[in-house]
Design a protein around this ligand. Structure first.
Ligand code: MTE
Length: 329
């Protein structure tokens, strides 16, 4: 997200991700077939068998079984696992796209505690394994659109964040939810560079946090989250630019006032609190009208049009009714 990345985004990372393994397409077809069958019978939700076929042959992590939620299967092709796990933004491990994959082996995702605190009746420190058992794990295939102009389609595994919010019983003062990432220099070499005011922090309005799309995420591609993707637990907010989806969370804090967020603090004129994907509001350095799909679109492929709210308008446009989305970017 720094200026120094400008121009390199469309550089030498592209060719190696052009070729999508055949097995991947076969798996994808099976999932879609199962999803279609379930939709036809009205049994949306369960597809454990289909899900089992999603596991990538290259995957190294521990398996995580989850049923595909067929409400969240877009018609887009899923991005190959190798791209999802090698083209990352996780500045705690370096600022180059390949740094997290190379450096995040020093992150220790077990044991891991996550504190749910602030304006709630039921503050609680969860162990990561408790989170895994709170509600049935779901697979959700979401588009991820980065403010830098690229996108991916990722089969996440998680539970609705609303499950945590409901258990916490927010008080009447809770208007926002803040997400705080781990900041441990012994595990995260990138912290020695003061790019951002660590720990990485993000936030949502309460109704955004409660929206059924907002996923507390613990896995992808049938496995526990790889370190570089935010192990062991992150949030994923698919209608917002990727930087809102904070990784390796240690705190979920309910607060009364709009919380400070890392990128907004860094450059308030560039990164707004809302950061809803919006093709009509450009970032000062990157047009938001179009995007390039990692692993699919080559250098000469015409860029694809970015969709308002990343294509999730039906589920979220009502949250912003009457709001000036240019002023509240
Ligand atoms: N969370 C933390 N803690 N640190 C980060 O640098 N980068 C964000 C977001 N979450 C980031 C973070 C950005 S800019 C993006 S685009 C997404 O993570 C990338 O997620 P991915 O690498 O899993 O695709």
């Amino acid at each position: 997200m720094l200026i120094k990345h400008k121009g390199r985004l469309f550089g030498d990372e592209i060719p190696r991700s052009e070729i999508t393994p055949r097995a991947f397409f076969e798996n994808r077809r099976r999932v879609l077939k199962a999803a279609g069958a379930l939709a036809a019978t009205g049994l949306a939700g369960l597809s454990g068998e289909a899900f089992a076929t999603m596991t990538s042959p290259d995957a190294k992590g521990q398996k995580l079984t989850a049923a595909t939620n067929t409400k969240f299967v877009p018609m887009d092709k899923v991005t190959p696992l190798k791209d999802i796990t090698s083209y990352n933004n996780f500045y705690e491990f370096g600022t180059d796209k390949g740094d997290p994959a190379q450096n995040a082996h020093s992150l220790r995702p077990r044991p891991w505690k996550i504190s749910v605190e602030g304006e709630v009746k039921n503050a609680k420190v969860y162990d990561i394994d408790e989170i895994l058992k709170l509600a049935p794990l779901e697979e959700r295939i979401y588009r991820l659109r980065c403010v830098e102009g690229w996108s991916m389609v990722i089969p996440w595994i998680g539970i609705p964040l609303a499950e945590i919010v409901r258990r916490a019983q927010p008080t009447g003062n809770a208007k926002y939810v803040q997400f705080i990432s781990l900041a441990d220099p012994s595990q995260m070499p990138g912290l020695s560079t003061p790019i951002l005011d660590w720990p990485y922090s993000e936030g949502l309005r309460m109704d955004e946090a409660m929206n059924p799309l907002t996923l507390l995420t613990v896995g992808l591609y049938g496995e526990v989250l790889p370190n570089q993707n935010g192990a062991p637990v992150r949030v994923v907010v698919p209608w917002k630019y990727g930087f809102k989806s904070a990784k390796s969370l240690v705190k979920i804090r309910f607060v009364e006032k709009e919380p400070k967020t890392s990128w907004n603090e860094y450059a308030p004129a560039e990164y707004g609190f809302y950061s809803n994907v919006n093709p009509n509001v450009d970032h000062p350095r990157w047009s938001q009208a179009t995007e390039r799909r990692i692993g699919e679109d080559g250098f000469f492929t015409p860029k694809r049009k970015t969709l308002m709210f990343n294509g999730y308008g039906d589920q979220v446009a009502s949250l912003y009714q009457g709001m000036n989305l240019k002023a509240n970017f």
